[in-house]
Design a protein around this ligand. Structure first.
Ligand code: PBG
Length: 307
């Protein structure tokens, strides 16, 4: 039989995620490694590394090339970081499966101070995420945040070279790369809420492909799936303002989803947050309603005050 073709980006983190997916599929179906072929593709987001993602703009910077090959059948599935997934996907494609989420928290990394709060006045922190920049400024308005893109290793080298006092990365990514020992402190998800989708691997496929739906069903993690439905519902309701720093984190307990979401101005001076709870079956609607509510509360001036 022809191997299943698994598409991925070529970054070390993306490859780790594709390998994890393959291992779970091998274990779930008692299949040999040769039943899967990992196909590595380069995306626009991989090729442009000198500018902040928000500036390059456009949706699907890390997904377009993979989706093209999914759509025309060259790939059977594509493995992504949920955080990098646009809310609207190409016709005929969908996120079919979420693997059990890793720790969604942000990691603070620095040899200058044990916590963000302890950094010296006017310290320099490297991050290119709009959300992290805004959250850092909210907690520490004196800090200057500089754009800091590239692979995890590149960022850690810049930190070691003294270009910045500290940087922030997703703890999940560091764990998957076997680098959790570099972490100085983990950010509290209340005062520094993670990005929607952070820490969760998702698998995209053709929606009409029943064979792939059956293949993926046993590795789907129901609680992660519900949490992501909620977080992506929130994000979707706020789309169209893709330069807005957005944070959102859902957790599941006994079939109930608890969600905390926030939007901020890039300078961190103004923010609107919301906390909601409801049954897991309504997670997507819950998130969407929360998004609509903060959007209304913030008012259109909030979104027009920059960009
Ligand atoms: N586009 C960057 C990106 N996308 C997903 C992760 C981390 C892994 C995850 O959130 O699952 C990262 C790097 C980072 O934020 O440190």
């Amino acid at each position: 039989m022809k191997p299943y073709r698994i598409g991925t980006r070529g970054s070390p983190l993306a490859l780790a995620q594709a390998h994890e997916t393959r291992e779970r599929l091998m274990a779930a179906h008692d299949l040999p490694e040769s039943a899967f072929e990992i196909v590595v593709l380069s995306t626009k987001g991989d090729r442009i590394t000198d500018r902040p993602l928000a500036e390059i703009g456009g949706k699907g910077l890390f997904t377009e090339e993979l989706e093209e090959q999914l759509s025309d059948g060259r790939l059977d599935l594509a493995v992504h970081s949920s955080k990098d997934m646009p809310t609207a996907l190409p016709e005929g494609l969908g996120i079919v499966t979420y693997l059990e989420r890793e720790d969604p928290r942000d990691a603070y990394i620095s040899s200058a101070a044990p916590r963000l709060e302890d950094l010296p006045q006017k310290a320099v922190v490297g991050s290119s995420s709009l959300r992290r920049q805004a959250l850092i400024r909210r907690l520490r308005p004196d800090i200057s945040v500089i754009t800091f893109r590239g692979l995890v290793d590149t960022r850690l080298r810049k930190l070691a070279d003294g270009e910045v006092h500290a940087t922030m990365l997703a703890f999940a990514g560091l764990k998957r790369l076997g680098k959790s020992e570099v972490v100085t402190n983990l950010m509290d998800p209340e005062s520094f809420p993670p990005a929607p989708g952070q820490g969760a691997i998702c698998i995209e496929a053709r929606l009409d492909d029943e064979r792939i739906a059956e293949l993926l069903a046993p590795i789907d993690h129901a609680d992660t799936h519900a949490a992501l439905n909620c977080e992506r519902g929130f994000l979707g309701a706020l789309d169209g303002s893709c330069r807005t720093p957005i944070a959102g984190h859902a957790t599941l307990e006994n079939g109930q989803v608890s969600f905390y979401g926030m939007i901020l101005t890039p300078d961190g001076t103004t923010f609107h947050d919301i906390r909601v709870q409801g049954p897991a079956a309504d997670a997507a609607q819950l998130g969407a309603d929360a998004g609509a509510e903060v959007r209304a509360r913030a008012g259109s001036k909030f979104f027009e005050s920059w960009s």
